[in-house]
Design a protein around this ligand. Structure first.
Ligand SMILES: Cc1ncc(COP(=O)(O)O)c(C=O)c1O
Length: 377
């Protein structure tokens, strides 16, 4: 639609609209000018690996050796390679619906079977120990945890993570992926990494993070992880035979991101929280067709749109799924959103509210108006 000249506001993108902070961009320029433009060690420069070790110790009380951390081309590459390195045909990975779209597909590509567990919305879409215990089989290889969660914005407390660890302790084959990429985007509550909550689980936890979300650096493609040496070595081997090191310039920038000032995050959180509240307020105008919780973290709203199913658009089309509703909102309201079907829980819509205040206001108003034009046959 954009290519055809239609004005579309996208609430579909999983990235902040803020600029990468100046000191990080300057570090990249300095990296280029100082000649950091060649291959580096596959797992990252010693300087970056040291910065990652410092970050985990400082923020998460997780103490890794430099050999136990790795930098990669985005957290995405680490998630993918970890599954590829460990999953045999038919192995299962537990994913918590709604989950990030790529989780289930990555498991499938690696030859495994994603096993989706769907916690209740009233539980904040959070996995409970009982539901976890019920999902584990002899083929379970991974529990894929994502807190704060894309798309639900849920945040697990340290106690909730300890409850999950209690279940996993008697299943030594199960590894845990703690995808902490939204760690810094928290408005209420306190972030805790899985192995921080349950230190005895560190030996079978891969703690994944990156600079994409915390520092508005999605385009730089730089993620990192800490985990047991055997797994980090396997990740390094896969990387060595496929993509080699992540960009040397991005590595120089990431050192500045991790070691540099973090105070700008306070201002970012104030602005994001304000947008979250604005979007929740404005979209309440579409209730009961759209209903949602106010999530404590990340920058997404996950709205139940079951109230629209069975309604008709002004053009006479029947809304049969969240895919239909997303298409209608794109065509009628000029707003792009992602249907919950992509995240394994429908009928829902995900709104990413990390866009400018004006665009957010306009997008919400257009969504509400479009919803009000739906009618029951
Ligand atoms: C839950 C989750 N994990 C990982 C990633 C990937 O991050 P990166 O940009 O570091 O590859 C994303 C990006 O949207 C995400 O939402």
């Amino acid at each position: 639609m954009v290519a055809q000249g239609h004005a579309v506001i996208s609430l579909a993108e999983g990235e902040l609209d803020f600029d990468t902070p100046a000191h990080i961009r300057q570090a990249a320029v300095a990296g280029i000018m100082d000649g950091h433009t060649r291959y580096t060690n596959v797992a990252g420069t010693p300087q970056l690996r040291a910065a990652i070790v410092r970050k985990f110790a400082r923020d998460n009380v997780l103490h890794y050796d430099e050999s136990e951390v790795i930098a990669a081309t985005g957290a995405k590459q680490i998630l993918f390679n970890a599954l590829l390195a460990t999953i045999n045909d038919g192995d299962e990975a537990i994913v918590v619906a709604p989950y990030w779209v790529s989780y289930s597909e990555m498991v499938r590509i690696a030859g495994g079977t994603p096993v989706a567990v769907t916690p209740a919305a009233e539980d904040g879409f959070k996995l409970t120990p009982d539901a976890l215990a019920a999902a584990i089989t002899p083929r379970t290889r991974w529990l894929m945890l994502n807190s704060p969660c894309n798309p639900s914005g849920s945040l697990y407390s340290a106690d909730e993570l300890r409850g999950l660890a209690d279940v996993l302790r008697v299943h030594p084959r199960v590894l845990v992926m703690s995808d902490d990429i939204y760690e810094k985007i928290v408005f209420e509550g306190e972030f805790c990494s899985f192995a921080q909550a349950a230190p005895d689980m560190k030996a079978r936890t891969l703690t994944i993070n990156g600079v994409s979300k915390a520092y508005a650096m999605t385009g730089w493609r730089l993620g990192y992880a800490g985990g047991p040496l055997w797994l980090v070595k396997a990740l390094e081997m896969l990387q060595s035979q496929s993509t080699s090191n992540p960009s040397s310039v991005s590595q120089a920038a990431a050192i500045a991101a991790l070691d540099g000032p973090q105070d700008f995050l306070e201002d970012w959180m104030v602005r994001l929280r304000w947008r979250r509240d604005l979007a929740v307020d404005l979209l309440a105008g579409a209730a009961p067709l759209l209903t949602m919780r106010t999530p404590p973290a990340a920058f997404y709203l996950y709205a139940d749109c079951s109230g629209t199913i069975g309604m008709r658009t002004p053009g006479g089309n029947l809304i049969e799924s969240d895919l239909d509703l997303a298409r209608y909102l794109l065509e009628e309201a000029g707003v792009a959103v992602v249907p919950g079907t992509a995240f394994g829980l429908a009928p829902y819509l995900r709104f990413a509210y990390a866009v400018s205040d004006d665009r957010l206001r306009m997008a919400c108003a257009q969504i509400v108006q479009a919803c009000r034009r739906l009618s029951r046959p």
